[in-house]
Design a protein around this ligand. Structure first.
Ligand SMILES: NC(=O)C1=CN([C@@H]2O[C@H](COP(=O)(O)OP(=O)(O)OC[C@H]3O[C@@H](n4cnc5c(N)ncnc54)[C@H](OP(=O)(O)O)[C@@H]3O)[C@@H](O)[C@H]2O)C=CC1
Ligand SMILES: O=C(O)[C@@H]1CCC=N1
Length: 276
């Protein structure tokens, strides 16, 4: 696979580092990490994962054939400006930046640049990411295969059309946060119903974990499983009726819509023209 350069040393970079090193896709000595100015963070990454770190853009672009953009969408332009003179046709750029198009990244290079846009989620860290990937104009089957190999090592991979990526970002990129909020809400609800906080928290977390595992391991759909839990006239029915009355489903639909809208806005704020 060659060496990989990580542009960014934040949450996503660390989640990917943990996952990729754990899965053995890259050895620590094949990874170089660069960030912008946080020395302490870069030192932490170096010490914890035993990877090489640098502040030299030419070094990282020179040594690595795969360059992963793990910076905020607004910083993608700056990174591309800094590396564009060191790029060549052997480089594969993989960007996880929300809203940033492959054509924007391609536009920094005068020749054909291989770009893959990916939308993983934080669960890379435990090798359970749902990652969607789309190829840019010049990326071919081999590049998609490489990206797929990388993200398969940290979860499941789905090939999508690039125009879907705002919706994907809103659903599965941001999705873990919605589920964490659900856990927070269940914990709070348990406390209000009289449980000690620790008990409530542990019950909430195990309930969400068990519910997800049921769907995955039984292959049964959530609706079917929901029916199995909901006895006529029972407690679950009372709870679900309240969720319906309070607009639970609509709240989730609106949340995903807002997140997808924000993906489009961030694209515009980052100076990207075009829709997808
Ligand atoms: N967090 C998540 O769950 C997910 C995030 N993403 C995407 O991943 C990307 C990164 O997000 P996240 O990890 O949360 O962000 P963080 O803010 O945690 O990390 C951003 C990193 O980028 C570095 N950086 C900024 N500018 C430059 C530069 N010019 N050169 C090199 N490094 C630079 C920062 O360095 P410094 O600290 O020194 O400024 C920092 O290490 C975003 O585009 C986001 O859309 C996608 C899916 C899920
Ligand atoms: O919140 C964000 O913008 C990023 C993209 C998906 C998850 N985190």
């Amino acid at each position: 696979m060659g060496k990989v350069g990580f542009f960014g040393a934040g949450s996503m970079a660390e989640a990917l580092l943990k996952g990729l090193l754990g899965a053995g896709v890259f050895r620590a000595e094949d990874i170089i990490v660069i960030n912008k100015q946080n020395d302490q963070r870069l030192e932490y990454i170096r010490k914890t994962y035993d990877v090489k770190v640098t502040r030299d853009y030419s070094e990282i672009a020179g040594e690595c054939s795969i360059l992963m953009l793990l910076v905020k969408p607004k910083d993608v332009g700056e990174v591309m400006e800094r590396i564009k003179s060191h790029l060549n046709e052997r480089h594969l750029i993989i960007s996880v930046a929300a809203g940033i198009t492959t054509s924007f990244i391609e536009s920094f290079y005068s020749k054909e640049l291989k770009v893959i846009r990916a939308m993983p989620n934080i669960s890379c860290q435990v090798k359970e990411s749902a990652t969607a990937i789309a190829a840019g104009r010049y990326a071919g089957g081999r590049d998609l295969k490489k990206a797929s190999e990388i993200f398969s090592s940290v979860g499941k991979v789905y090939f999508v059309d690039e125009k879907w990526l705002d919706a994907v970002t809103a659903l599965s990129g941001s999705g873990p946060a919605y589920v964490y909020l659900m856990m927070e809400a269940l914990t709070e609800a348990g406390v209000r119903a009289g449980l000690p906080e620790k008990v409530s928290y542990e019950l909430a977390v195990q309930t969400v974990f068990g519910a997800a595992k049921m769907v995955v391991e039984t292959g049964e759909e959530p609706l079917t499983l929901r029916k199995k839990v909901t006895s006529p006239g029972g407690t679950t029915m009372a709870g679900i009726e309240t969720l319906e009355k309070m607009g639970f489903v609509n709240a989730i639909v609106q949340a995903v819509k807002s997140a997808a809208r924000r993906s489009v806005e961030m694209r515009k704020e980052s100076g990207v023209s075009g829709n997808s």
